[in-house]
Ligand binder design. Sequence first.
Ligand SMILES: [Zn+2]
Length: 252
Amino acid sequence: MTARAACVLCPNPSPMTLDGTNTWVVAEPGSTEAVVIDPGPLDEGHLARVVSEVEQADRRVVLTLLTHGHLDHAESAERFHELTGAPVRAFGRGHDDVAPGEVIRVGGLEIVAVATPGHTSDSYSYLLPAETALLTGDTILGRGTTVVAWPDGHLESYLESLHRIEAMTRTGDVARILPGHGPYVADAAAAATYYLAHRAERLNQVRAALAAGDRTAREVVERVYADVPRNVWGAAEMSVQAQLEYLRRQPS
Ligand SMILES: [Zn+2]
């Protein structure tokens, strides 16, 4: 995908996971050490393919990072540790947590941990400065938009995270996005701007739905999310709950 990042697609497609979970293998060219980001759900065939991809490049996995704890990204973490012996790091696990701005160095590759809560409270993105590429997990997807997984997810922090990513595109630190689902994003700035505009638009629609008399999250979903397939209405309802909470907290 880039000189330092390769994607192994897990065969778990669904309305929520798009084509499936992207497991990212990152390594410095010429190095024998690799980092795996999001080994994915507990799918032995997929894990074997990830290990094989690393071994075929004459490397071994020395570290696994998680973007967040959702099962489609993290369920296999313990099993992947058994397979590789490599430690697993993430935020919010209570041991060896990654920290905001922490620089992780593996075999000459630099990875910067960027706190991007909102989709979930434990969401982190990982920056590859040498590629100006940000691995965003579910914070920004390769296609469509993501869900704020209320009550753990939080719209205010999600908007702050999008602003943080947008700021990194303005300073030139981030040019492209390697998402947790969907295709590679060549224009990170456009994606961040689109996500912020989409959130603002949805908030306006929710405000209008409340003004029109909707009271429950379900009523708001039926009005505001009429354009999205019904099989993601459950997820939309979580996002609406997050938006209702956000609006309640805004000074009127
Ligand atoms: Zn997720």
